[in-house]
Structure formats: C-alpha cells, structure tokens
Design a protein around this ligand. Structure first.
Ligand code: B12
Length: 215
C-alpha cells in the first residue's frame, strides 16, 4: 500500500464508521513507519470532515456520526501511542485547554493537546463541556502561559468571547496568551474577540503556541 492509499483507506474507514477497519489502518500506518501526525491530519481528519458534510446533507444520521467518531478516536489512540515522546528538558510553556461549556466535541481538542505535549508543553486538559470559570481557576492554579479553547458550534463559540472578558475581570488577561480553535472558529473571530491566536489544525496550533511563548 502506498502512503496515499493508506490515507484514502483511513478516510474511508471513518466514513464507513468501521472501528475495526480504522484501527487496522492505523496499525498498518505504524507498521509502514508513517508519521502519525500526517496520518491523523491527512487520513482520519478528512474522513471526519466528510462525515460532517454527510450529516449536514442529511445522508448520515447522529447515531452513525457517533460510531464514526468512536472509530476515529480508536484509530487516533493507536497513532498517538507512536508519537515521539517529549524529550525536551526545558518546558516550552504551560497550557490550559478545553472545549467550551455546552459543547461535547473533543476529538480535535484532544489531538491539539497531545501534539502540544509532544512539543514540550505542560498541558492541562480540562476535557469537554468546560465551565468558563474553570479555565480561569486552572490558569491561576498552574500559572498558565497559554489558554486554549475549542468550540465546534456557533452557539458555544460565544463562550470564547466571554472567556476573554472573564480573564480581564480576573485580572490575569495580561499574564496569559489565548488561543482559539474548532471547526466554526476563524481568524476573523479570533481578531474580533481579541484572542492572541487562531489555528486551523493541530500542527498550526503547535507552531502558533511556540510563536506566542517566544514573542
Ligand atoms: C464528530 C461530531 C460529533 C460527535 C462528537 C464526538 C466527540 N467526542 O467529539 C457527536 C456525535 C457526539 C456530535 C454531537 C453533536 N453535534 Co457534531 N459534529 C461532529 C463532526 C462530524 C466532526 C467533528 C470532529 O471531530 N472533527 C475532526 C477533528 C479532528 O477536527 P476539529 O474538531 O475541527 O479539530 C481540529 C481543528 O478545528 C483544530 N482545533 C480544534 N480545537 C482547537 C483548539 C485550539 C485552542 C486550537 C488552536 C485549535 C483547535 O485542530 C483540530 C485538529 O486538527 C462535526 C462536523 C465538522 N465539520 O466539524 C459535527 C458538528 C460540529 N456537530 C454539529 C452539531 C449540530 C451537533 C449536535 C448539536 C447534533 C445534535 N443534533 O444533537 C451535537 C452537539 C452536542 C453538544 N452539545 O456538543 C454541527 C455544528 C453546527 C454549528 N455550526 O453550530 C457540526 C458542524 C455538523 C454540521 N455540519 O451540522 N457531533
């Protein structure tokens, strides 16, 4: 199998909501020595995107979307186990990350958190459906450098705006950098609410996080 054929097989397994197949493809990728990050980004993630499109068009229904996302999560777990371990002696920074209150979409946020760990960040993942005040509390507790929030729905992205306000009220906004992401979020939105960075995917998130701590 070529690399491109494997990416296509990864996408097809997620669209078919076939967990066994998705895991088998992930294992094959590991056996082939492919970069796990690329397999997630160029194989499984486009599959999930396609699932979203099918759901929107009404040709795929919620129970299938749930099974497809479980297939994606299982495959990503196989690949994440093969990411290079963080060997950096100096911590890149302290990150508090979570999916905004009211939103249970956590697959992408989880990938961002994992990749940030690989690049030497100390990551505190608050999970999904995270009350806004929890970001503030955790950031204080661990003296966070970066707060990352994920929102996949137009309703919950409003929480990212409120979070900016809460951080100001708590008097810690000038001590942290904020990053926003998630399928519905854009650079325009980040600028509008005053977030310090937006990233479209996990690789870009790491790159922007490194830039934020450097600058
Ligand atoms: C999988 C999925 C689900 C799963 C979630 C499982 C899970 N554990 O996450 C389930 C089935 C549970 C689900 C439920 C619902 N879903 Co849904 N879901 C999706 C779907 C198909 C894929 C999301 C996904 O995992 N993508 C793959 C990952 C890898 O990509 P990603 O999340 O975008 O993350 C990447 C980047 O965005 C970025 N990133 C992400 N987070 C962060 C954070 C930071 C700080 C940074 C810098 C970057 C970053 O990096 C990530 C990795 O590259 C999307 C469609 C879509 N186009 O996104 C709909 C979608 C998000 N869902 C939608 C809806 C409507 C729902 C429901 C309301 C359905 C319902 N009727 O009940 C519920 C919501 C429940 C709730 N309260 O949250 C809508 C939202 C519409 C809108 N505009 O508001 C979408 C867009 C589908 C659609 N087209 O209608 N869903």
């Amino acid at each position: 199998m070529t690399q491109q054929e494997l990416f296509d097989a990864a996408k097809a397994a997620v669209v078919a909501a076939d967990e066994d197949q998705a895991v088998a493809v992930a294992q094959e990728a590991v056996a082939m020595g492919l970069d796990p990050v690329r397999v997630i980004a160029e194989g499984f993630t486009p599959g999930m995107r396609e699932v979203g499109d099918l759901f929107e068009r009404g040709t795929m229904f919620l129970p299938e979307v749930i099974i497809a996302s479980e297939a994606m999560v299982a495959a990503v777990a196989v690949l994440e186990a093969h990411l290079p371990a963080d060997k950096k002696e100096k911590k890149a920074g302290v990150v508090v990350i979570g999916t905004i209150e009211g939103d249970v979409h956590d697959i992408g946020k989880g990938i961002v958190a994992t990749l940030m760990r690989v690049y030497g960040f100390e990551v505190h993942d608050l999970g999904r459906d995270v009350p806004l005040v929890s970001y503030v509390q955790k950031a204080r507790e661990v003296d966070a450098t970066i707060i990352g929030s994920s929102a996949l729905m137009t309703t919950t992205m409003m929480g990212q705006k409120t979070l900016e306000k809460l951080l100001k009220e708590a008097d810690i906004r000038d001590r942290v950098r904020t990053m926003v992401g998630g399928a519905v979020v854009t650079q325009y939105w980040a600028d509008k609410i005053g977030a310090d960075a937006y990233a479209e995917n996990a690789q870009e998130a790491v790159q922007k996080a490194l830039e934020l701590v450097a600058g």
